[in-house]
Each structure stands twice: as structure tokens, then as C-alpha cells.
Design a protein around this ligand. Structure first.
Ligand SMILES: [Fe+2]
Ligand SMILES: [Fe+2]
Length: 256
């Protein structure tokens, strides 16, 4: 890790009325839990929180959010899928914000098992996706990413910043205490993503389909839920690699 204090988070994009903030890492990744990334989009005075994660991250995530926005002004929370590292803090987030929470309609009846209390603020995303609108004016696109890895999975795209919040797609597993925020060299980053994608992603068909759709968007950065953020040349390098990847059912004999 460089001298940058990554526990404080970092602004990924900033214009007068629009900011995207990466919400930092824990000082030490605890008890074998995989490192995760949380993101906040602020437009005017309103905000959208993406994949805020579980209970043990809550103090750090809330502290960094509070530097940029009043927590009461978070209008929307987006969950890319139902995994505990994404959505197990749902009851807590419903308690401290007034936000509506969006998740694939496939998982609506499953997340209450994480302790949900207010079903009226839970919104199902239809399989075809759509967009979510902030009252201050911005829209975030909800793009199908089914079977990558969850059967009901979405990536989210912010057209104002060009940041694609890709969920587990693009995720890296860092060795202990060896973190970096941006992928500077795709070839040296590859060993950290290869096994993760081979085991978690469903098949080449779904990988190539997603990469083909995303390549048509003006993507400036790919911000995954684990590992480092792709920008510059590493964006297209990742799309190309994923398009050719054999994984999941393609190489099933490797896992059984
Ligand atoms: Fe996941
Ligand atoms: Fe994940």
C-alpha cells in the first residue's frame, strides 16, 4: 500500500454539482473477511449509496459518508445482489437513513432474513433493469448482470461521471495488507482476478454478453465491489479479457 491513507476514502470524480466517492477500506481487514468497496454518488444535496455491506463496516462507511452528505439526504441504496458482503446490513441502513433500497426482484423475499423490518421501502428491480432518479436531477442506470455471479445481479452506471459500478465483476482478491486503489497495469493485476472470476462467474456466454453491452457505454472507470478500480487502458483490457474468459460451467470439471 502507498502512503495514501485509504481508510479515509477518496473522491473518484468531481464536478460542481456531482461527485463520486469511494468510501475507503478498513484499517485491517478483519477475521478473514474479504475486502469490499462501497461507493457514494452525490448530486446536489442528494445521494445514492452503492453496496454498503455488512454490519462490521458500518462505523467507517457512515463516518466517511458524513463528510460529504447529511445521511438523511441519502435517497436511494442500490444492492447489486443478495450476498452478505453487499446487503447483510440492510436493517441497519433502513434504520439510519430514509432511503429506498433497490435489489433484484428475485431477492426481495430473501433479504428479510438479514433482519429487514420495513418492507415498504424495499423496491424490486425487474430483470431488464431500468434507471433510478434522484430528486436533485441525476439518473443512475441499472444494467442486467445476471449470473455474474448471482442469478439476479445488476451493475450500475453513472452517465455523468462515466463510472460503471460493476458489482463482483472485475473484483480482485488482494493478498493480506497489499492493497492498491487503481489498476495501473492490467497484466500484473490479472493473477488477483483470474481465480475469482473462474470460480464465481457462470460461463463465457454471460461474461461476453455483459462485456459487449458495457463496451458500448462511455465507461471511464470500472469500480468493482472488491479489489482495485480500472481506469484508462485497463478498462478495455478488462472487457477484452472477460469476453474470452472460460469460467464456471465452461470448466466445471475443475471444481468437482
Ligand atoms: Fe457476490
Ligand atoms: Fe462480493
Amino acid at each position: 500500500m502507498s502512503d495514501t491513507d485509504y481508510t479515509k476514502g477518496q473522491i473518484l470524480f468531481e464536478e460542481e454539482n456531482h461527485k463520486v466517492i469511494w468510501l475507503g477500506w478498513e484499517k485491517e481487514e478483519g477475521a478473514g473477511a474479504i475486502q469490499t468497496n462501497q461507493y457514494l454518488v452525490v448530486h446536489g444535496t442528494k445521494g445514492i449509496l452503492l453496496d454498503p455491506g455488512g454490519v462490521h463496516l458500518f462505523p467507517r462507511v457512515v463516518a466517511i459518508i458524513s463528510r460529504y452528505i447529511d445521511i438523511d439526504n441519502i435517497e436511494t441504496i442500490l444492492f447489486s445482489h443478495q450476498d452478505p458482503d453487499v446487503s447483510s446490513g440492510i436493517a441497519l441502513w433502513l434504520g439510519v437513513t430514509k432511503a429506498e433500497i433497490y435489489i433484484s426482484e428475485l431477492w426481495m423475499r430473501f433479504v428479510p432474513h438479514f433482519g429487514l423490518v420495513d418492507f415498504s421501502r424495499l423496491k424490486g428491480i425487474a430483470d431488464a433493469g431500468g434507471s433510478v432518479h434522484l430528486s436533485s436531477g441525476a439518473d443512475i442506470e441499472m444494467l442486467p448482470a445476471h449470473y455474474l455471479h448471482s442469478p439476479g445481479n445488476f451493475s450500475f452506471f453513472d452517465p455523468l461521471s462515466g463510472i460503471l459500478f460493476s458489482s463482483d465483476i472485475g473484483g480482485a482478491v488482494f493478498p493480506d495488507n497489499e492493497h492498491y486503489l487503481y489498476v495501473d497495469n492490467f497484466e500484473t493485476h490479472l493473477p488477483l482476478i483470474e481465480g475469482f472470476h473462474q470460480r464465481l462467474m457462470t460461463s463465457n456466454k454471460v461474461c461476453a454478453n455483459w462485456a459487449g453491452r458495457m463496451k458500448k457505454k462511455p465507461v471511464a472507470m470500472i469500480a468493482p465491489q472488491h479489489g482495485a478500480i480500472y481506469k484508462g487502458e485497463s478498462v478495455n483490457a478488462f472487457f477484452s479479457w472477460l469476453s474470452d474468459l472460460k469460467c464456471g460451467s465452461d470448466i466445471l470439471e475443475k471444481f468437482i
